[in-house]
Design a protein around this ligand. Structure first.
Ligand code: UTP
Ligand code: MN
Length: 472
């Protein structure tokens, strides 16, 4: 029995009575399965594990780096993503495929791993086309590709044939054509062409500069500029914002981790509380939705006594400046109004800023003295975070009156797509107009007050949707 025991320990199955145990060979190199226990249950998981191992599949008990196929049952795509995010701290191994149980059962029936399509590849392809459309100011087309991508992301199964997509909403003709190409040939000629094109590359690099929009990037790209470095040598006049964008280019294009976002939150809280005790600072945006990384830190600031928040932003940014923390800011004056007529933009007193985040325990992985040479070698004005002990972080500081706090919180938590969908629902289904300031009931010609997000959902006749489920 000794060999059997050992076998079981390194991944072999326990014997079933009457069934001859086979050696735990991996008949399919490059395929290592992990079965997600969530919703599947432990006994079914044990049964399926045993089944697969008997057929020569390698099944791992824990989610290690070698796992290539994660199989789940009765979970939505988003649920699996959230679970994975928590397990891996956002560091998802690039080679991992997320698969529905149907891939597993098909493979068991066939006796070999049936072909799958890495859903990432489809999403990435659509994302590239969305960006490319936006680079030519075709917002509508861009949005269509983004919707298609987000629909694929939430499918609870892997796509292997076009028939899998029958009846799936939000997939336009063009998106379907791209998906089909990738399903059949492994790549899409159109997407590859975009990725190779000089224009796309230049637009990608130039719009990656904080303060540079599509129009400006387009003008520069036509003049032959290709990289942020070209901006420094070309003698172009840059706005203060763009100058900061070029100076902190690498930092601002390096994702902000949750630990960094929390650290920024603490710095701002401390400042706010020293200026105005009782004020509230809330981390919103993607981090409130549970994301592990983001492009900026969104902080919403209010005070339970309405009116006390007035004048706070100026004092706060002066305080941050005096501490050497404020690297850049542009203040947008609040109009005070609700801005019902002016579309999705809100009217809060707000600072688009870049803050300096010093070395925080756990917030700066990978910084080592060896990187310092790299920084010294980098072109002037393009230093990265590595090795210098601090990094630049984009931060939005938003001040809101307490009576609008619930609406501001809902509006700033996102995602952007979720907000769009919710606003369209309010308008089309409820004849109401929703934005970050309030909810306006058109027929009654009045604003509906709300003290919490829950109350807003109630006004809309919807069940409360918690932030982690607003990633759509
Ligand atoms: P972000 O652009 O910060 O997105 O806006 P995010 O979801 O946090 O993702 P990353 O990780 O930073 O990229 C957060 C929310 O704030 C709203 C957006 O609509 C989004 O829902 N927002 C943003 C506004 O309401 N007004 C703005 O001027 C900017
Ligand atoms: Mn954000």
């Amino acid at each position: 029995m000794v060999p059997l025991k050992r076998r079981r320990k390194d991944g072999g199955a326990a014997p079933i009575a009457g069934v001859q145990e086979r050696a735990p060979v991996n008949r399919f190199p490059g395929v290592e399965i992990f079965l997600l226990e969530r919703r599947m249950g432990s006994s079914r998981r044990a049964f399926l594990t045993q089944l697969a191992r008997r057929k020569g599949f390698r099944v791992q008990d824990t989610l290690g780096d070698s796992v290539t196929h994660l199989v789940s049952e009765s979970n939505s795509g988003d649920e699996v993503w959230e679970w994975l995010d928590r397990q891996t701290g956002g560091q998802m191994p690039g080679s991992l495929s997320l698969l529905d149980i149907s891939w597993f059962t098909d493979s068991m029936e066939t006796g070999r791993p049936v072909e799958i399509l890495d859903r990432h590849r489809l999403q990435d392809a659509l994302e590239v086309l969305a960006e490319n459309a936006e680079f030519s100011e075709s917002e509508g087309r861009g949005l269509a590709f983004r919707k298609a991508g987000s629909v694929l992301r939430s499918l609870p199964f892997a796509v292997s044939r076009m028939e899998d997509l029958r009846g799936v909403p939000c997939l336009g003709e063009h998106s379907r054509k791209i998906i089909q190409e990738i399903l059949e040939d492994g790549v899409s000629g159109e997407v590859e062409g975009v990725l190779r094109s000089e224009r796309y590359r230049a637009m990608k690099a130039l719009t990656g500069v904080f303060g540079v929009g599509v129009k400006t990037a387009d003008r520069w790209a036509r003049e032959g500029l290709r990289t942020p470095g070209d901006l420094l040598t070309s003698g172009h006049r840059l706005s203060r914002e763009q100058e900061a964008g070029v100076r902190y280019y690498e930092d601002l294009n390096c994702p902000v981790t949750r630990a960094e976002a929390d650290a920024i939150g603490e710095i701002v809280k401390e400042a706010v509380h020293s200026i105005l005790p009782g004020a509230r600072v809330t981390l919103t945006g993607g981090f409130r939705r549970g994301k592990e990384a983001g492009h900026d830190v969104d902080l919403l600031i209010t005070h339970p006594e309405e009116g006390k928040e007035e004048g706070l932003l100026g004092k706060l940014t002066s305080w941050l400046d005096s501490q050497g923390v404020l690297l850049y800011q542009r203040v947008s004056e609040g109009s005070g109004g609700r801005g019902r007529e002016s579309g999705p933009m809100d009217h809060f007193h707000r600072s688009f800023s870049i803050l300096k985040l010093g070395e925080q325990p756990g917030a700066q992985p990978g910084a080592s003295s060896a990187d310092q040479t790299q920084e010294a070698a980098a072109p002037r004005g393009q230093g990265g975070a590595q090795g210098r002990g601090w990094r630049a972080v984009r931060v939005d500081l938003v001040i809101c009156p307490y009576s609008q706090y619930a609406y501001a919180l809902l509006g700033w938590t996102g995602s952007q797509q979720f907000e769009r969908d919710l606003r369209r629902f309010a308008s089309q289904e409820r004849d109401m107009s929703l934005n970050s300031h309030g909810l306006y009931q058109r027929e009654q010609n009045r604003y509906l007050p709300a003290a919490s997000e829950e109350e807003i959902f109630t006004h809309l006749g919807l069940e409360f949707i918690p932030p982690p489920q607003r990633n759509a």
